[in-house]
Design a protein around this ligand. Structure first.
Ligand SMILES: Nc1ncnc2c1ncn2[C@@H]1O[C@H](COP(=O)(O)OP(=O)(O)O)[C@@H](O)[C@H]1O
Ligand SMILES: [Mg+2]
Length: 333
C-alpha cells in the first residue's frame, strides 16, 4: 500500500463573490472555505463536522471539482487536480464520487432503478448492455436491495432504500474516494445505523476511503478514524476520534460536544454549550474566528490568528490556549 495520502489539501480556499447592489457594486466576498489543509489516508474515514453554514459542503464540492477552487492545492493520489481542465480531470472524476443528503433530490424520478444505477456506466462507456445488467444486479445485491427492485421507480422506495440506490450509483465505477455529505441526516434514526453499517461494510469489502460530513456528532464517532472540526471555513481541530471526544482541545469542539442532545456518557459534558450564532462568512472576525463566541477569549485572540498546533498523537488544534486546555484535561484523566 502506498504511503502517499489519497487526498491532501494544502491551504485550500473557495471564495464566492456575491452579486452586490443593483449596479453590481459592493460585491461582497464570502469566504466559504478559507485555508484548509488536511490529508486522508487510503482506506481511512475522515469525519468532518461543524454547524450548518461552516463550509462543509463547499469543501466537498470543491474537492470533486464541482467548484473551481479559489487558491490552494488539492492532491489526489499525489497529483494536484486544483487547476486541471475538464479533459485532464476526466480520469480523476470516476475515482471520486459523492453521496448526498437527500437521495430523492439527486435521483431522476422518471428513471427506473436499473437505469439510474446503469447511468454512470453508460456515461463512462463501460461494458455492453448485457454486462451492465449483470453489474447492476451485483450492485443491488451489494447495497442490500433485491433484483425485483430494478424495474421500480425512486418514489416507490423508503428514504433508506433510496439512499441505498444513491450509494449503488456512487460505487458503480469503483471509486477510491466517496464523499458522504450528510448521508443519513434526512433518515429516521432507526434507519441511520443500517446505512452507516452498510457504508462500513462496503468500505471493508471495496477498500474505500471516506470523507464523512455531518453536523451530527453522535453518529460520526462510530464511522470515523479521525475527525476534523470546521468553523467558518477553517479546520479548528483535527484528531483521532477517541482523542477528540475524550480530550477536545478547542473551545468550539468542547461546545459542540456539550450540545449533543443524546446523552453520550463518554463525551465531555462539563463545557459550556454553544452560545450565539455562527457569524456570516462575509465578515469573519479578526484573529481567532471563534473568539466572538468563545467563553475564554482574550485580547490575544482578537489580535492574532492561532495556527493549528500539534498536541501530539495526531491531535491538532487552532487555539492559543489549546496546550493549557489539554494539560488540564490530561491531568484530570
Ligand atoms: N454557490 C454558492 N454561492 C454563494 N455562497 C455559497 C454558495 N454555496 C454555499 N455558499 C455559502 O458558503 C457558506 C458555506 O456553506 P456550505 O458549504 O453549504 O456549509 P455547510 O455544508 O457546512 O452547511 C455559507 O455561508 C453559504 O451561504
Ligand atoms: Mg452542507
Amino acid at each position: 500500500m502506498s504511503e502517499t495520502p489519497l487526498i491532501e489539501l494544502r491551504d485550500l480556499t473557495k471564495h464566492f463573490t456575491l452579486s452586490g447592489d443593483l449596479l453590481g457594486r459592493n460585491r461582497p466576498l464570502l469566504r466559504a472555505v478559507d485555508g484548509v489543509s488536511l490529508s486522508i489516508k487510503r482506506g481511512e474515514t475522515l469525519g468532518l463536522v461543524g454547524e450548518s453554514g461552516c463550509g462543509k459542503s463547499t469543501l466537498a464540492r470543491t474537492l470533486i471539482r464541482l467548484f473551481q477552487p479559489t487558491s490552494g492545492q488539492m492532491l489526489f493520489d499525489g497529483k494536484d487536480i486544483a487547476e486541471l481542465d475538464e479533459r485532464e480531470l476526466r480520469p480523476f472524476r470516476r475515482r471520486m464520487q459523492m453521496i448526498f443528503q437527500d437521495p430523492y433530490a439527486s435521483l431522476n424520478g422518471r428513471m427506473t432503478v436499473r437505469a439510474l444505477i446503469a447511468e454512470p456506466l453508460e456515461i463512462a462507456s463501460i461494458g455492453t448492455e448485457t454486462s451492465r445488467r449483470a453489474r447492476v444486479d451485483e450492485l443491488l445485491d451489494r447495497v442490500g436491495l433485491n433484483p425485483d427492485h430494478a424495474t421500480r421507480f425512486p418514489h416507490e422506495f423508503s428514504g433508506g432504500q433510496r439512499q441505498r440506490i444513491g450509494i449503488a450509483r456512487a460505487i458503480a465505477l469503483n471509486p477510491e474516494l466517496v464523499i458522504c455529505d450528510e448521508p443519513i441526516s434526512a433518515l429516521d434514526v432507526s434507519i441511520q445505523a443500517q446505512v452507516v453499517n452498510m457504508l462500513e461494510d462496503l468500505q471493508a469489502k471495496l477498500g474505500l476511503t471516506y470523507l464523512f460530513i455531518t453536523h451530527d456528532l453522535s453518529m460520526v464517532r462510530h464511522i470515523s478514524d479521525r475527525i476534523g472540526v470546521m468553523y467558518l471555513g477553517k479546520i479548528v481541530e483535527i484528531a483521532p476520534n477517541d482523542a477528540l471526544y475524550r480530550a477536545p482541545a478547542h473551545p468550539y469542539t468542547q461546545a459542540l460536544l456539550a450540545s449533543i442532545p443524546v446523552a453520550d456518557p463518554e463525551a465531555r459534558r462539563d463545557a459550556t454549550p454553544m452560545r450565539g450564532e455562527i457569524p456570516t462568512a462575509i465578515d469573519i472576525p479578526s484573529g481567532c474566528r471563534f473568539r466572538t463566541r468563545c467563553p475564554f477569549a482574550t485580547d490575544l485572540c482578537a489580535a492574532a490568528e492561532p495556527p493549528l498546533t500539534d498536541l501530539g498523537g495526531g491531535h491538532f488544534a487552532a487555539c492559543h490556549y489549546a496546550d493549557k486546555v489539554m494539560t488540564k484535561e490530561m491531568q484530570a484523566a
